[in-house]
Ligand binder design. Structure first.
Ligand code: FES
Length: 164
């Protein structure tokens, strides 16, 4: 004996079910976005990484080396007081700032912003805030970038990823 079950569904019911599924799909995306905003992934993770920048002998005192850190342009400076590393994207409108040894500054050519190469602080010009500093370590003859000193501050800066 063969049992046949016939399911009859009206066009109207089918449309209601379809619209319900679409609504659930979009609602789940909205809920995920809200949860991600309330509990960002980076706040619960240790973002430390070791990115080798250079061997110590590649960067003698008074020289610099550009590098990428977390997909953002950065610069390592060997100052008389030691190594310093900063994101090199200007905090004004995102141009690339660079080391200007004759003036002992990090200089942004777009609107003549000047930064202190020891601290990243703004010396003059329109940049509203310092260059973001990067924690570094020197070990076994090489310099490594570890993490942004202030990851929350870095989130507020508009970087052009990939620019160097
Ligand atoms: S973008 Fe650097 S000073 Fe304006």
């Amino acid at each position: 004996m063969e049992d046949k079950i016939t399911l009859t569904i009206t066009r109207r019911k089918f449309t209601e079910i379809l619209m319900g599924l679409v609504a659930v799909f979009f609602a789940s995306g909205a809920i995920a976005t809200i949860l991600k905003y309330l509990w960002p992934a980076s706040s619960s993770k240790d973002t430390s990484v070791e990115v080798m920048i250079a061997n110590v002998d590649e960067v003698p005192t008074g020289s610099v080396k550009k590098f990428m850190f977390n997909n953002k342009a950065a610069v390592l400076l060997h100052m008389p007081a030691g190594f310093r590393a900063f994101g090199s994207i200007c905090t004004h409108l995102g141009c690339i700032a660079y080391w200007k040894p004759d003036e002992n500054i990090i200089f942004c050519p777009c609107h003549l912003g000047k930064f202190d190469p020891n601290t990243g602080a703004v010396i003059s010009g329109p940049p509203p805030s310092p260059l973001p500093a990067i924690d570094i370590i020197v070990k076994e003859g090489a310099i490594y970038a570890l993490k942004w000193k202030d990851p929350e501050y870095v989130k507020t800066i508009s970087f052009y990823a990939g620019a160097a």
